[in-house]
Design a binder for this molecule. Structure first.
Ligand SMILES: [Zn+2]
Length: 118
């Protein structure tokens, strides 16, 4: 049985809002230079993600090889999700689990990821 559920997520001011179908049994706590400042991530194929509003206020931030688009709200500054393309060509959405409604953050089983060493 899958634990996939539909969650609503948003930035702090609410201008960016989305729905995502995800299984939160695999949430990543990454120590790379940006994740340690931003939050807890989980990944889904783009088809599991629907941006409800906010495309007009998102700002794109890229660094290193520029392959991951770290989107953030230009009003409140919160990075609620990002997009990237895997080596196999599949577009993946990385969403900030801290931005989801109704998730018990202390109950998450975090997987540590050593992104700083990549
Ligand atoms: Zn915002």
């Amino acid at each position: 049985m899958s634990d996939t559920k539909t969650y609503a997520g948003s930035c702090h001011c609410g201008q960016v809002a989305y729905e995502v179908e995800a299984d939160l049994s695999r949430v990543i706590s990454c120590n790379c230079s940006i994740c340690r400042k931003r939050g807890l991530l989980a990944f889904v194929p783009e088809g599991n993600f629907r941006l409800a509003q906010g495309a007009d206020v998102l700002t794109d931030y890229t660094f290193n090889k520029g392959v991951v688009h770290h989107l953030f709200c230009s009003r409140c500054g919160v990075g609620a999700f990002g997009r990237g393309t895997r080596p196999d060509g599949v577009t993946t959405v990385a969403f900030n689990v801290r931005c989801l409604d109704g998730v018990d953050l202390d109950g998450l089983n975090l997987r540590k990821f050593d992104g700083a060493s990549l």
